[in-house]
Design a protein around this ligand. Sequence first.
Ligand SMILES: [Zn+2]
Length: 85
Amino acid sequence: MASEACDVCERSVRIAGGIGDLWNFAFESTQGLTLELTDGSEFFLCFDCMERLPDDHEPTAEDVADLRERTDPVDEDDNHFWHWG
Ligand SMILES: [Zn+2]
């Protein structure tokens, strides 16, 4: 089991095997994935941060940077809850 740091909240998240066969591994075992943006840039995001990206348009590097700006890096803490708004 590998782990990678989320590009937004910097939390270390577990990832299962290759990203290539995303649909072949259980979602419980992986907590983030690599997001490929339309401009070709790539970010590794945990699902928490992914959910916080705008869903009314394709996320851009700017959206990720903006989200990162609004997000405090968190320590390893599975009980962390986000404060919205
Ligand atoms: Zn994150």
